[in-house]
Design a binder for this molecule. Structure first.
Ligand code: AMP
Length: 478
C-alpha cells in the first residue's frame, strides 16, 4: 500500500519519498489512518519498526489543520525515556514536516543534563510539539515555562522503558496536568503489568496495533553465538573486526566502567573506539553518538542506555560482549542493526559461565543458534552447572535463582551424590557431579580402604558451585 493511500497529505508524502521510504511499514499502515481519524492507539512496536513516522506523520497532518493558540501552550506532548531519543524524535518531526505549507511548526526537544535556561527561552510563546523526558518537563512546568492544559495529543513512546527507568511517579504527575479530552497514543515494545494498567486507564476504545517483534522474525539480522573465554573477548573482538572488515560496530557491555575499560583496550590495540554511558556529560554523550553515527569512530562501546530507541542508520554489526540481562534487552540490542529492511549481524559472546543464561534467551525467542568457535580463540574454561529453572519458565531477569538458591541446589545435589554412590563405584570426571570440577577428588565409595574412609555421614562437601578460575587479563592485545 503506498503512502498517499493512508490519507497523508502531499507535503508529507514528499518528505518520506525524499527519505527513500518506498512503502509504509506494517505499524505505519495500521496506525496512521487511525491517528488521522483522531482515535487512541495502543501499539506494540519496537524501535526499528518505523514507529516514529507512524505517529509523527499523522500528528503533523492534524496540527496543520489548526493554528497554535497564543500563550505558553503545548499542543502535542511526546514523552520519551532518554535524552537521545528526545533529540532523535524531534529531529524526525522536523524532517517529515519540512514541506508543510504555512508557518513552520515549533518543535522542541526538552531533556535534562543541560542548562534549563535555553529551554525556558525556547518555550516562550508556547510550542506545537514538545518531545520531552519526564523530569525536565516537570521542572519547566513548575517554573511556569509551559502549560500542559491545552495538549490535544499525548504520545508515550517506549512506555515500557519509561517505567523501567523509574518514571512512574513523574508520569502520574504529568497526566494529572493534562486536559481530560485528548488523543492518546501509546507505543511500547513490551507490555509488562504497569504498562497494561496505564493503557487501561489512559486509552479510550483504542485501535490495537501489534507488530511481530521476535528477532527470529527479522531475517535481515544474522545472529551468531561465539564461544570464548571472558579474558579473551577483547582480542577476539579485534580479530573479528579486522578479519571481517567491519567498519562500524556497536558493542554492548554490562557496566559503565566496562565501556571505558574495553574502549581503552581496543584503542590500545589500534582500533578507533569510544565509550558511551549515562555518566558522561550530555555534551560528551551527544558527541560520542554523533561521531559514531557519522562513521567518524568505528567502535562504540555502550551500556544498555543505547539499546533502546537510538536510530543508527546502516549499522552493520552489534556485539553482545556481555550478554544482556533479559530476553527483551536482547531484542532491543540486536534491533540496533538490521533496521528498516537493512541487513545486519548480531554476535553474542558466550562463555562457560553465561552459556545457560544465553540458552534461556534463545528459549524465549525460539532460537537455537549453533555455537561457533573461532580458531585461536577456542575456550578452555569448563561449563558450570545450568541454573535451576522454575517450571514457570523463570531464569532471566528477576526470575533467576539467587546465589543462595544455587548454593542450596548444589548442596542438595552433592548430598544426593554422596547417598547414591555409597556402595557403588565413585563417579569420576566431568558430569559426574556437576558441582565439582572435573579434576577434583570425589568421595570414595563406602567400603574403601581404611586410610580413606568414606562417609555418607560427611556433610555435603561442595557447598559452592564450581566456578572456573578467572584471572584478570593482563596481557596485551596481540
Ligand atoms: P523507528 O522505528 O521510528 O526508530 O525507525 C527506524 C528507522 O526506519 C529510521 O531510520 C527511519 O528513518 C526508518 N523508516 C521509517 N519508516 C520507514 C519506511 N516506511 N521505509 C523505510 N524506512 C523507514
Amino acid at each position: 500500500m503506498p503512502f498517499p493511500s493512508l490519507g497523508l497529505s502531499a507535503p508529507l508524502v514528499r518528505a518520506v519519498t525524499e527519505r527513500n521510504y518506498l512503502a509504509p511499514t506494517p505499524v505505519q499502515t495500521a496506525a496512521i489512518p487511525a491517528i488521522l481519524r483522531g482515535e487512541d492507539v495502543w501499539a506494540s512496536a519496537q524501535t526499528g519498526s518505523g514507529k516514529t513516522a507512524a505517529f509523527a506523520l499523522p500528528i503533523l497532518q492534524r496540527l496543520a489543520d489548526t493554528p497554535r493558540e497564543r500563550g505558553r501552550f503545548v499542543r502535542v506532548l511526546i514523552l520519551v525515556p532518554t535524552r537521545e531519543l528526545a533529540a532523535q524524535v524531534a529531529a524526525a518531526f522536523r524532517v517529515y514536516g519540512r514541506h508543510q505549507p504555512g508557518p513552520s511548526m515549533k518543535i522542541l526537544a526538552i531533556f535534562g543534563g543541560v542548562s534549563i535556561n535555553p529551554q525556558m527561552m525556547a518555550l516562550r510563546g508556547g510550542a506545537d510539539i514538545v518531545v520531552a523526558t519526564p523530569g525536565r518537563l516537570l521542572d519547566l512546568e513548575s517554573h511556569n515555562a509551559l502549560s500542559l492544559s491545552a495538549v490535544s495529543t499525548l504520545v508515550l513512546d517506549e512506555a515500557d522503558r519509561l517505567f523501567d527507568l523509574g518514571f512512574a511517579d513523574e508520569l502520574g504527575r504529568i497526566l494529572a496536568r493534562l486536559p481530560a479530552r485528548r488523543q492518546n497514543l501509546l507505543f511500547s515494545a513490551t507490555f509488562p503489568p504497569e504498562v497494561e494498567t496505564l493503557a487501561g486507564k489512559l486509552l479510550h476504545s483504542p485501535t490495537r496495533v501489534a507488530v511481530e517483534t521476535a528477532p527470529a522474525a527479522q531475517p535481515a539480522i544474522v545472529q551468531r553465538a561465539i564461544e570464548v573465554d571472558p579474558p579473551r573477548r577483547a582480542q577476539l573482538l579485534r580479530h573479528l573486526i579486522q578479519t571481517n572488515g567491519w567498519t562500524r560496530v556497536l558493542v554492548f557491555v554490562a557496566t559503565k566502567y566496562a565501556t571505558e575499560h574495553i574502549a581503552e583496550k581496543l584503542r590500545k590495540a589500534g582500533l578507533d573506539a569510544s565509550a558511551f554511558h549515562g555518566e558522561l556529560s550530555q555534551g560528551a554523550r551527544a558527541q560520542a553518538l554523533s561521531r559514531f553515527k557519522e562513521a567518524k569512530v568505528g567502535v562504540l562501546v555502550v551500556t544498555d542506555l543505547a539499546s533502546r530507541g537510538i536510530d543508527i542508520v546502516r549499522l552493520p554489526v552489534v556485539v553482545n560482549f556481555d550478554l544482556p540481562r533479559s530476553a527483551v534487552d536482547y531484542t532491543h540490542r540486536i534491533g540496533r542493526t538490521g533496521r528498516a529492511g537493512e541487513s545486519g549481524i548480531a554476535v553474542s559472546f558466550i562463555s562457560a559461565e553465561t552459556h545457560a543464561h544465553f540458552a534461556l534467551i534463545e528459549k524465549r525467542h525460539n532460537l537455537n543458534l549453533p555455537r561457533e568457535q573461532i580458531p585461536g580463540f577456542e575456550p578452555v574454561e569448563v561449563e558450570v552447572p545450568a541454573p535451576i529453572v522454575s517450571p514457570a519458565g523463570g531464569g532471566i531477569k528477576g526470575k533467576r535463582p539467587s546465589k543462595k538458591d544455587k548454593l542450596r541446589a548444589a548442596a542438595a545435589r552433592a548430598q544426593k551424590t554422596v547417598t547414591s554412590t555409597a556402595g557403588a563405584s565413585a563417579p569420576v570426571g566431568r558430569g559426574a557431579d556437576p558441582a565439582r570440577p572435573p579434576s577434583a577428588p570425589v568421595n570414595p565409595p563406602a567400603g574403601a580402604t581404611k586410610s580413606s574412609p568414606v562417609s555418607t555421614a560427611l556433610p555435603p562437601r561442595p557447598a559452592k558451585p564450581f566456578r572456573p578460575l578467572r584471572l584478570p587479563f593482563r596481557g596485551r592485545l596481540r
